[in-house]
Design a protein around this ligand. Structure first.
Ligand SMILES: [Zn+2]
Length: 122
């Protein structure tokens, strides 16, 4: 079981400690008993923020980051499957969101196309 979110990262000399909503300890990016100082404090702080964000999103959604990535890929594939649809009784293939034909391409403010572009961006 994971600690309830949201998680926050705190930087103490670049070591990147992660705490829960009531300030309780969640994790460290460097073990406390490590004799080696952080090799890159900025990177450690960034990693701590990323870990805290992953934990918070897992708490908010009930899904692990890998599950969200898999679900995102599945939803993107489904959006692309329905992006251009031939309606019954019509010869043309249209976007079900903006209604324009494939030859016309999407309306500049088409929400389906915007969702596909956001899901494909990195
Ligand atoms: Zn469209």
């Amino acid at each position: 079981m994971r600690t309830k979110g949201p998680w926050h990262s705190i930087s103490n000399g670049g070591d990147g400690r992660i705490i829960g909503p009531e300030g309780q300890f969640v994790a460290d990016t460097i073990p406390r008993d490590s004799a080696d100082p952080p090799s890159n404090p900025g990177e450690q702080a960034f990693n701590a923020r990323l870990i805290a964000e992953a934990g918070t999103v897992a708490h908010d959604t009930g899904l692990a980051p890998r599950q969200l990535a898999d679900q995102r890929a599945e939803l993107l594939a489904m959006l692309k499957d329905v992006e251009w649809t031939q309606c019954i009784g019509e010869d043309s293939i249209r976007c079900p969101s903006c209604g324009l034909t494939k030859e016309e391409d999407h309306h500049p403010e088409c929400s389906l196309r915007a969702a596909i572009l956001r899901a494909e961006s990195r």
